[in-house]
Design a protein around this ligand. Structure first.
Ligand code: AMP
Ligand code: MG
Length: 720
């Protein structure tokens, strides 16, 4: 069987209507037909289902077969289905859930209530978990680790795929559990409405005008990111590109894929066929830049996978000097972003992916640099010159349409093309005129006050260089040279995750005295933003290996690199490094640096993870010194070193040998560097007080007022 219409739905478990302006984390529907692919945005589940029902009706009436994929689980571990319905048929469970779940047209719903009631049917605590603090029902634990003794498996067979979330998780990012509880009853309503005309695969093998399947857009997340339009909302890109990919698949293969998996627990369409899906997506959305790029293995076009052991440090090394650590990091990383083309006017902050040459000379024609009078130099000499004026004038945008006869002059304004017969201009201020003649003192230099064509940049000459980050003046140059579009790297996506049991996500009162507010996440997200990357907020997790692992799975799908803070050292409570070590890809770098404890570097599912210290001062210093150049390299903009200045010290300090030190500093009125009163790494106020860092060398140093020291302004670190 083959399909005619391909629908992909990115579902949402939201409790309120999504914003009026199309946004992420809302419902998006992608539809691919024979020609074209469209994506639509829906603020509520009700609206989305009405849209789908209307589409199904229309396609059915036209005799066109539809396959529609949804990004939430269609089934639960079979023991759950069995316990709840007395049968292992997931469609029985669909009916049972429909009877319990209420979901109003404005997205208000009772899913936490339903989950608490379902938990009640099982011994122990769980299996469902996760709810807002305002929903206090002892039957629904807030954390996954609080569950015990419910006796159900954590995942279905197909949920073993990296990044797939367990169906039990109802709250915070990636909580497919809520999406399933609010999605299944909606699909059940469609089944009721369309009867036998809907088949749900792989539970029903029957052929029907409308086939529903479960899918997981993150299976091809990297390809989606590469093929997305510049600045396209991720969810929109996902549904659009996946719908196009389904259409581009071999029809027999797609039909076979819908039938794969387990009739009791369902299946994620395309699992095990990722390569085919990726190839289909590329066929559906060919990239112009792909054709133009050389197939050099070093080319940043196809994100090269970094090796899992790329951060390995020689064993037995006690403390690595900062410069050595930086050189090692530089050697380990490569650009990972694909390329795309973007309108010049929107390219600020992006990284140029290819050299760009002038399309036309600037200026295109010889013109006048001043307001004055133009003439042929050959007919003038020394002493007082009197030249009759021709009628009319030459102005910018209003060329003089005739030749100027030898021995005569023409009124000419700045930017005007030199008329035929004119090669020299005398400045207005150096002349006198009665309106018919112009008088001035000779001699005038030949070609005075004129600009040659191409004197700035000649047509075809190099204008901008691959790897440069485009700034306002670069956009001016590109525009002046007729370059309407620029080949740029896709924006590097930087995931930021905070860890620690003591951390609470946002600064709201009241807070328990043993809790502290997350200072690192806003800081690191804003650094990423200021560096022109796409910040990806991965939120906060407690000191729990399972939760950290889950969030890193998610991060590896949504980001190109992940910055974590907290738990990166080697102690009992250092859960990030413990987890990364357990997965075997951790390299703990003991860097001779103050402030900063070991930097944990690891690969997680092909994505580099920088485990920064939890201490905000150390986290910032490590981010500026190590993460900044590393991210720049990954983004295609090359390695970067901050520009520092030698200034006199306004402080005294005896620095011991062995570790490079960074002090929070700012310049006083005399231009000397003063440092913050305390070097305590818990003193966040000092970070905010400072305008930069004083860098003291690895060696011993005795600083007294007036000693030259290296001051690096925050601005040199790209910090805004
Ligand atoms: P850790 O690296 O996890 O041992 O944390 C070192 C110190 O930094 C501890 O005092 C933590 O409470 C603190 N800390 C960790 N993460 C954060 C954060 N996101 N915001 C503020 N302080 C933090
Ligand atoms: Mg901690």
């Amino acid at each position: 069987m083959s399909f005619d219409t391909f629908v992909v739905v990115d579902w949402s478990g939201a409790s309120k209507p999504s914003p009026a302006k199309p946004s992420k984390d809302a419902i998006w529907i992608g539809v691919a037909r024979e020609k074209g692919v469209e994506a639509s945005y829906h603020r509520t589940r009700h609206d989305a289902i009405e849209t789908l029902a209307a589409l199904f009706e229309a396609e059915r009436a036209a005799g066109r077969r539809v396959v529609a994929g949804f990004d939430f689980p269609f089934a639960y571990p079979k023991e759950f289905t069995q316990a709840l319905t007395g049968s292992s048929d997931p469609l029985r469970l669909w009916r049972a859930l429909s009877e319990r779940v209420e979901d109003a047209p404005d997205n208000a719903n009772n899913r936490f209530q339903v989950a608490a009631e379902l938990n009640d049917l099982f011994p122990g605590v769980g299996p469902f978990w996760g709810c807002p603090e305002t929903f206090a029902d002892p039957r629904l634990p807030t954390r996954g680790t609080q569950r015990e003794g419910h006796g159900l498996p954590e995942r279905r067979a197909c949920d073993g795929t990296p990044g797939a979330q367990p169906v039990w998780k109802l709250y915070t990012t990636g909580s497919v559990g809520s999406q399933a509880l609010l999605g299944i009853p909606r699909l059940q309503a469609l089944r009721t409405r369309f009867g036998d005309d809907i088949a749900v695969r792989p539970f029903e093998s029957r052929e029907a005008p409308i086939t529903l399947v479960e899918l997981f857009p993150s299976l091809i997340a990297r390809t989606v990111a590469e093929l997305a339009e510049p600045d396209e909302i991720k969810d929109r890109a996902q549904v659009r590109i996946l719908a196009g990919a389904l259409r581009a698949l071999d029809p027999q293969r797609l039909d076979a894929m819908t039938r794969e998996g387990d009739a009791k627990e369902g299946w994620i369409l395309g699992l095990g066929h990722e390569d085919a899906l990726i190839a289909a997506a590329r066929r559906a959305f060919p990239q112009p830049s792909e054709l133009a790029m050389p197939s050099d293995p070093e080319s940043p076009l196809l994100p090269p996978r970094l090796r899992d052991d790329c951060f390995a440090m020689p064993q037995g090394v006690a403390w690595v000097p900062v410069d050595e650590a930086l050189a090692k990091l530089q050697g380990a990383l490569r650009p990972v972003t694909g390329t795309t083309t973007i309108a010049t006017a929107r390219a600020a902050g992006r990284v140029l992916a290819e050299d760009v040459a002038a399309k036309r000379s600037n200026p295109p024609m010889p013109n006048s640099a001043v307001d004055g009078y133009g003439f042929a130099h050959a007919t003038t000499g020394s002493g007082v010159q009197r030249l009759p004026l021709v009628a009319g004038r030459a102005a910018a945008g209003q060329p003089y349409p005739h030749a100027v006869p030898a021995g005569q002059a023409v009124r000419i304004l700045t930017g005007a093309i030199l008329p035929e017969g004119v090669d020299t201009v005398v400045l207005e201020e150096d002349t006198n005129t009665d309106g018919t003649t112009v008088v001035f003192d000779g001699p005038i230099k030949p070609r005075a006050n004129t600009r040659k064509d191409g004197e700035d940049v000649a047509a075809g000459a190099p204008a901008l260089t691959k790897g440069q980050r485009l700034r306002a003046p670069d956009l001016a140059l590109a525009s002046a040279l007729g370059i309407a579009e620029l080949p740029v790297h896709r924006t590097l996506r930087v995931g930021v995750l905070s860890t620690g049991d003591e951390i609470i996500a946002s600064p709201e009162l009241p807070a328990a005295p043993h809790k502290i507010w997350d200072a690192n996440r806003p800081m690191l997200l804003s650094l990423a933003q200021g560096w022109h990357y796409e910040p990806v907020d991965l939120g906060h997790v407690g000191d729990d290996a399972e939760e950290i692992a889950e969030r890193l799975h998610e991060g590896a799908r949504e980001a190109d690199v992940i910055l974590t803070s907290g738990g990166a050292s080697a102690g009992d409570e250092d859960h990030v490094s413990a987890l990364l070590r357990a997965r075997g890809t951790l390299s703990s770098w003991r860097i001779a640096l103050k402030p900063g404890r070991p930097l944990a570097l690891a690969m997680w599912e092909g994505v580099p993870v920088f485990g920064l210290p939890g201490n905000p001062v150390a986290a910032l210093v490590c981010a500026l010194v190590f993460a900044r150049p590393a991210l720049s390299l990954m983004s295609g903009a090359g390695w970067t070193a901050p520009q520092g200045f030698t200034v006199p010290a306004a402080f005294g300090k005896r620095k011991k040998p062995g570790r490079r030190e960074y002090l929070r500093a700012r310049l006083n009125a005399e231009g000397a560097a003063e440092v913050f009163g305390s070097e305590g790494s818990g003193r966040i106020s000092g970070l905010s007080w400072a305008d930069g860092l004083v860098e003291l060398p690895d060696e011993e140093m005795n600083v007294t007022p007036g000693t030259p020291v290296r001051y690096i302004p925050y601005a040199s670190f790209g910090l805004i």
